[in-house]
Design a protein around this ligand. Structure first.
Ligand code: NAP
Length: 556
């Protein structure tokens, strides 16, 4: 039976062929790709427009750390030739416009239900279908249930006592109001100095009457060196796009940058520092690519030289030596936490009289509570009109687990992942047939340039679904053995890297009560792609297929 016949046979048995949750980079491409294959798809999106991460994160200074020419889709030649990025790193409004442009160009909106939150999904093993429920009480059945909600989309806000008493306004950066917030003349407090906090602080320092930063852990922010993209530069990118994408796909992080040396192990400290000096001027993730990033994250001695190099650079930017010491990370090696970028002279922001830093680590003055007037630490009270939580996300698993997902035999995803996620390839988890996760836990995802990882997953899933139809399969899920092996391999790779030397959201350490386990696949996008291709080429080795009596295709 042809793919189209199989598809037609199924019409009417379920409301749609696939339900996709989320209309960001992942959901939009998944919708397009499946529609191209003749499937009927419904996308549910909580926001009132497309964009995902770039719809929600509208805080001042929001910008992407991947360079714009590779922070986009590669699959459509017309789109990539027609769209033109204005700066080296794209700002949130520009990325949002890009995704709106793509949605319009591919006529995607007609299959997206906006302002619709998916609350539950239950697998019917007899029919090999999912019943998906929304907060409005709508119930939609589908053969495939596809999570495309992004890895950093479930905001985390620490539960400080007393927030209800606060007489000012408070915001989470990931839910920043569209109309903005007028911070002029206000005493603003911001909790958090991750990628988001650093962008927010350097953008708003000087705008508020006073900005107080509550920092628990400092970070290594390397200068991004943003600038407008010149016309001739852009022409060159366009002319060489195929080669650029090829290099990016064939790299660990999904970025097309060359290394000066693969390894620094045989270089003297002076030679390493010379290389770093040049890379410091190039800025952004090109700094991390001075050497192969996997090498930087496995060789403790080399990493120590790099970390110290950055510390010296950071100290030199801050006038007050005491403040400088607070801003310089010594608790973890560079790269063990996601390294932020500095777009706006972040460290020099602290040289301003209207910006102050409060160390709320255990060695400083931890936050005790929010009061009517501001924040009280163990050392005193800070008066605030506006309190900003730049406190991150329940990463990688939070958005999936926010949905009440029930698989085969009544097993819930929350139960199955209680001690950490268990997946095969980060694409599927046993006991939840026909549930795919785009950039799911234990795939390279957040360790890479996301659009590239997203495209790879979308294409793999779409090909897998086509294969199922060609072969008359109703259901797919990983075998127990393949899943166990994948979890073990992922953990083993992470254990051999420096990631364990930091408390980080990579491991879920930022969420009280969450099991600490390294969640992304750290072996690199290049290796991962090869594994996925081999699995697919080998008739989906490690997966098992099922034919189900009540399924629309039974007996075909
Ligand atoms: P994050 O990296 O998790 O940072 C959260 C911050 O809040 C940390 O400084 C954390 O301190 C602090 N915090 C959390 N709970 C706290 C508490 N109870 N008391 C005091 N401080 C507390 O979150 P994020 O900055 O939103 O970034 C998350 C990820 O999103 C990034 O790593 C990146 O992958 C992505 N992102 C990317 C960009 C970009 O591309 N430009 C921009 C923003 C975000 P500790 O470190 O001590 O936990």
């Amino acid at each position: 039976m042809s793919e189209t016949d199989a598809h037609t046979e199924r019409d009417g048995a379920t409301d749609v062929d696939a339900v996709v949750v989320g209309a960001g980079f992942s959901g939009l491409y998944m919708l397009h790709r499946l529609r191209e294959q003749g499937f009927d798809v419904r996308v549910f999106e909580k926001g009132d427009d497309v964009g995902g991460t770039w719809y929600w994160n509208r805080y001042p200074g929001a910008r992407c750390d991947s360079e714009s020419h590779i922070y986009c889709y590669s699959f459509d030649e017309e789109i990539r030739q027609e769209w033109e990025w204005s700066e080296r790193y794209p700002e949130q409004p520009e990325i949002l416009s890009y995704l709106q442009f793509v949605a319009d160009r591919l006529d995607l909106r007609r299959d997206i239900a906006f302002e619709t939150e998916v609350t539950g999904a239950t697998y019917d093993a007899d029919a090999a279908t999912w019943a998906v429920e929304t907060a409005d009480g709508e119930r939609v059945t589908a053969r495939f249930f596809i999570g495309a909600m992004g890895c950093l989309s479930e905001p985390f806000r620490p539960d400080f006592d007393g927030l209800d008493d606060f007489e000012g306004d408070w915001y989470h950066t990931a839910r920043w109001p569209d109309e903005g917030v007028d911070l002029a003349d206000e005493h603003v407090g911001v909790v958090g100095t991750g990628s988001t906090g650093i962008q927010f602080i350097s953008e708003t320092g000087g705008e508020a009457d006073h900005l107080t930063v509550f920092q628990r852990t400092p970070n290594y922010a390397v200068p991004a060196r943003n600038r407008p993209l010149e016309d001739d530069e852009y022409e060159e990118i366009r002319a060489n796009y195929d080669e650029i994408w090829e290099r990016a796909r064939d790299s660990r992080l999904g970025m097309p940058f060359e290394h000066d040396h693969y390894s620094a192990a045989s270089l003297s400290e002076e030679e390493i520092r010379e290389t770093l000096e040049d890379r410091w001027q190039q800025g952004g993730f090109r700094f991390l690519h001075a050497f192969e990033p996997g090498h930087v994250l496995t060789n403790a001695e080399v990493n120590a030289v790099i970390s110290e190099f950055i510390r010296e650079k950071l100290r030199a930017k801050v006038d007050d030596p005491e403040t400088a010491e607070k801003l310089v990370p010594t608790d973890h090696p560079y790269g063990a936490k996601r390294p932020p970028m500095d777009y706006n002279d972040y460290y020099r922001t602290y040289n301003r009289d209207d910006v102050s830093l409060v160390d709320v680590s255990d060695d400083g003055e931890p936050i005790e509570r929010v009061t009517a007037d501001g924040i009280r630490t163990t050392a005193g009270e800070y008066e605030l009109d506006v309190l900003v939580y730049a406190t991150g996300f329940d990463a990688m698993t939070g958005a999936l687990l926010a949905i009440d997902i029930e698989g085969r035999d009544g097993l819930t995803l929350a139960e199955k992942w209680d001690a950490g996620p268990r997946t095969y390839l980060g694409l599927m988890t046993r006991g939840f047939p026909n549930l795919f996760t785009i950039t799911g836990p234990q795939s390279p995802s957040v360790l890479t340039n996301m659009p590239l990882s997203i495209e790879q997953h979308v294409e793999w899933i779409a090909d897998c679904i086509a294969y199922m139809d060609e072969h008359g399969h109703d259901a797919i899920e990983p075998t127990e053995a393949a899943e166990t092996q994948w979890v073990t391999n992922t953990n083993m790779l992470a254990d051999n890297m420096l990631f364990s030397e930091a408390d980080s959201w990579y491991r879920g350490d930022n969420i009280p009560g969450k099991t600490s386990v390294f969640t992304p696949f750290p072996g690199g996008l290049d290796m991962y792609r090869d594994i996925c291709d081999r699995v697919a080429g080998d008739d989906y080795d490690g997966f098992e297929f099922d034919q189900v009596a009540d399924a629309p295709l039974a007996g075909q």
